[in-house]
Ligand binder design. Structure first.
Ligand SMILES: [Fe+2]
Ligand SMILES: [Fe+2]
Length: 209
């Protein structure tokens, strides 16, 4: 039941690369061909800070999936989790590039968020496959709701950031559906509430830090 040492080393190496190395995307960045909007300094700062939050969210998604994959018992659900983690890498790349284009910076707390999310993911994996997938489905549902909130706050003019958020939203909704399709259990309401609170801490701190 305990993870093997070489799996732990691979996980640690992935973590370092996720937090510190530039992410790559196989798919084109949504909105790549849209022109850069003429925004005020204030609008640009708002966009950059919201995209920083989304970037940190993707760092957490990577960590959760890697943690879950480390302790998941069934190899089919491990493969599904690793596949999902690879798709989240693209979101990481899209948000990272957008932050750069907006002249913003990534969150200083990303290593902390990665470590915390990895531990939460590993615990979810220990709970067994149905709960592990249930945790994934609920995470993705909450991410979709969060992205809806950002679509309300992002400047209307910033079509490039909006296209990225909309592209991510489509993928996250699909991740939730696929977890349910693989037999996810419905989490109890208190667990969902704890998850919402935890992600609130992440989103509010990464908006400023
Ligand atoms: Fe994502
Ligand atoms: Fe996702």
């Amino acid at each position: 039941m305990l993870p093997r040492l070489d799996d732990l080393i691979v996980a640690f190496d992935r973590g370092l690369r996720t937090v510190f190395a530039p992410a790559q995307s196989a798919r084109a960045t949504p909105g790549e061909d849209l022109p850069e909007a003429d925004m005020s300094e204030e609008q640009r700062r708002l966009s950059a800070s919201l995209m920083r939050v989304n970037h940190t969210g993707e760092i957490c998604a990577q960590a959760l999936y890697q943690g879950q994959a480390l302790t998941a018992r069934d190899s089919a659900s491990r493969a599904a989790l690793e596949q999902a983690a690879r798709e989240e890498t693209e979101h990481l790349a899209w948000t990272e590039r957008r932050i750069e284009a907006l002249g913003g910076r990534k969150s200083l707390l990303n290593p902390v968020f990665y470590a915390g999310s990895f531990a939460i993911g590993a615990l979810a994996g220990l709970a067994g496959d149905r709960w592990n997938l249930g945790f994934l489905a609920e995470t993705e549902r909450q991410v979709v709701a969060h992205l809806d909130g950002h679509l309300k706050r992002l400047p209307e003019e910033d079509r490039k950031s909006r296209a990225i958020v909309e592209g991510m939203r489509v993928d996250e909704a699909r991740h939730a559906t696929s977890a349910i399709g693989h037999g996810a259990a419905e989490l109890p309401e208190p667990a969902k509430a704890v998850m919402r609170m935890t992600s609130k801490v992440m989103t509010t701190t990464s908006e400023v830090l």
